[in-house]
Design a binder for this molecule. Structure first.
Ligand code: GLN
Length: 208
């Protein structure tokens, strides 16, 4: 299973490490080459090899422009619309969103949410907060507490009917899922126990 990490800009290396760690937890007896392999995606040719994709945090305007300049924004959108699992964190979530308040910027527009960029203001633009995450799957539901790292984070101000909220902070959704699309306003790749990566790999496995 090849997990592509969009590596045009942002903290993609942290996601590669988080996937490697999650892969070890998932299949301790296998080597990476037998199981889950993360790799960096910078072109359409790379994208074609990916079974699933991660879009890291960074600067959503820069990533959107680079996706256009390198010519694979539309192909990426088509893959997602055709069911490829994708996980976006922070700027990655902004790129996935259908609507971005006040800004007109290139994006994928596949996740039925409205986001407000840099919504926590300059005083508290970066902070940590404990989160209760509700994981669904195998017909069961499990709640885990984990630390959320928010860095100039967006807020999800509206969600469509097909979007489930897996975690909230002060009433605002911070982790959402719409079928094959998972989005976080925070940075799970920056905490040691990246349970959300395990969850993502779990649903990648059932869909490839
Ligand atoms: N503020 C950034 C943006 O709007 C996102 C910040 C992040 O990814 N940590 O794109």
């Amino acid at each position: 299973m090849k997990i592509g990490v969009l590596a045009l800009q942002g903290d993609y290396e942290a996601h590669i490490k988080a996937i490697e760690a999650a892969a070890e937890r998932a299949v301790p007896s296998q080597t990476a080459s037998d199981g889950i392999v993360p790799f960096e995606v910078r072109s359409l040719q790379d994208l074609d090899k990916a079974d699933a994709m991660i879009i890291p945090g960074g600067e959503s305007t820069v990533m959107g422009s680079l996706l256009i300049r390198f010519g694979f924004l539309d192909a990426f959108r088509d893959r997602i619309l055709n069911g490829m699992p994708v996980f976006g964190t922070c700027a990655g979530l902004i790129l996935l969103s259908r609507q971005i308040e006040r800004f007109s910027q290139p994006g994928l527009g596949v996740l039925d949410v409205t986001v407000r960029r840099n919504a926590y203001g300059t005083q508290v633009d970066s902070f940590r907060a404990p989160l209760q995450v509700r994981f669904e799957g195998d017909g069961a539901e499990r709640v885990e507490t984990m630390e959320g790292v928010f860095i100039r984070a967006p807020k999800i101000v509206q969600t469509g009917p097909n979007v489930s909220v897996l975690a909230s902070l002060h009433g605002d959704p911070v982790l959402v899922q719409q079928g094959n699309i998972l989005g976080a306003t925070f940075h799970p790749e920056l905490v040691a126990s990246a349970r959300i990566h395990d969850y993502f790999l779990g649903f990648v496995k059932t869909s490839v």
